[in-house]
Design a protein around this ligand. Structure first.
Ligand code: KG4
Ligand code: ZN
Length: 353
């Protein structure tokens, strides 16, 4: 089975082709991503209108490239998938409409994919992870601890009560005069900083519910920075290191609580998985690695290129759904908000068995 997947929910335009072979494993045949980071850099964040226009400009070229890279034609596809949300609505419309048009002209099944579900299922593409697994989904827009029990079957254990983890990295970076997106910048500078210099809070640590809170930590960084302004380069490095250490400790504590909850619910999991853009952070990966070892579980982290937004994860989620006989109608509307449902997916998919 081969699927073309299209992603346009934020500031990456992406198209990819993924195949599931006879061995049941997924193979990425092509994976084209065009980042708009430069278009948004001057504004310190993603500007929705600029994003939507930029998607339109490159969408067709990217689909062509994905097909050429795989040496395939549209007629070789078994289905066409696009992220239908959640995301910036103008951008979502671009990818969704493109996929619908391609499905219509080729008469192939159309798959409306939830972007969060695509992140959640991506470790099955990269590492063939079996259900159920505990997933920390951490990106610029989302922070969730989920049990992934099956396709469309998710149990949310915790989420953020304010900022997303990636958003906190981006806001702290902006505050320290670093370019967008801030995560990679903070990580790089933290390597040469003193993580013990600033005494920052570890929000919610020890609380039973595995939720996150980042805004107090972000404010604490601001207060410390204002106390010593103007900041030297070393001050910035030390603030980055102290902030990152606080985030890592908070993530480990929150994930530990999620494991306790799993224990109470008597749900055994096969792995601890981290996905979403923040999963590219080595300090966070290392912290979770030691927790997983303690739990005698593997830590699975898709390679960085598949942690950040990409088309392969959309194609794979479409493939998983199509394998179950699930497809969507061409009237499927784009969704700015689309939470992963507790227990089961709310969508009324067409089931062909
Ligand atoms: O999943 P993603 O590409 O897009 C969505 O938000 O859906 O995630 C992007 C986020 C940004 O907030 C970025 O700063 C963060 O992931 N990020 C990182 C790192 N690389 C990307 N955060 C911390 N450390 C990193 N190395
Ligand atoms: Zn994402």
């Amino acid at each position: 089975m081969r699927i073309l997947g299209i992603e346009t929910t934020c500031d990456e335009t992406a198209a990819a082709i993924v195949e599931r072979g006879a061995d049941g494993r997924g193979h990425i045949l092509s994976n084209e991503v065009l980042s708009q980071i430069e278009d948004h850099a001057a504004y310190g964040g993603v500007v929705p209108e600029i994003a939507a226009r930029a998607h339109v400009e490159v969408m067709d070229v990217l689909v062509k490239r994905a097909l050429a890279g795989a040496g395939l034609k549209l007629s070789d596809m078994d289905g066409i998938a696009a992220a239908a949300g959640p995301g910036l609505i103008g951008g979502v419309m671009v990818g969704l409409t493109t996929a619908k048009a391609l499905a219509l002209v080729t008469q192939k099944p159309f798959l409306a994919v939830n972007h969060l579900e695509a992140h959640a299922l991506s470790p099955r593409l990269t590492d063939g992870v079996d259900f159920p697994y505990l997933l920390l989904l951490a990106s610029g827009g989302h922070t969730q601890l989920l049990v992934v029990k099956g396709v469309g079957d998710y149990l949310r254990l915790g989420t953020t009560i304010d900022d997303a983890i990636g958003e906190a990295f981006d806001k702290v970076a902006k505050m320290l005069g670093l370019p967008y997106p801030g995560g990679p910048q903070v990580e790089r500078l933290a390597l040469e900083g003193d993580a013990k210099r600033f005494n920052l809070p570890r929000p919610l640590i020890g609380r039973k519910e595995p939720n996150f809170s980042l805004s107090g930590l972000k404010t604490a960084v601001r207060v410390e920075a204002e106390k010593i302004a103007p900041l030297s380069e070393q001050d910035v490095r030390d603030l980055c290191a102290s902030f990152q250490r606080a985030i890592v400790e908070s993530i480990i504590d929150r994930t530990r609580m999620a494991f306790e909850r799993l224990n109470d619910l008597q749900i055994p999991v096969t792995a601890l998985v981290i996905a979403g853009g923040v999963a590219a952070n080595s300090a966070i990966r290392a912290g979770l690695e030691s927790l997983a070892t303690l739990k005698k579980l593997p830590l699975i982290a898709p390679p960085p290129a598949l942690c950040t937004d990409n088309g392969a994860m959309i194609a794979w989620a479409g493939l998983e759904r199509l394998s179950l006989g699930l497809t969507d109608g061409l009237d499927f509307a784009p969704r700015a908000r689309w939470p992963l449902m507790i227990e089961s997916d709310s969508r009324e998919s067409i089931r062909h068995v």
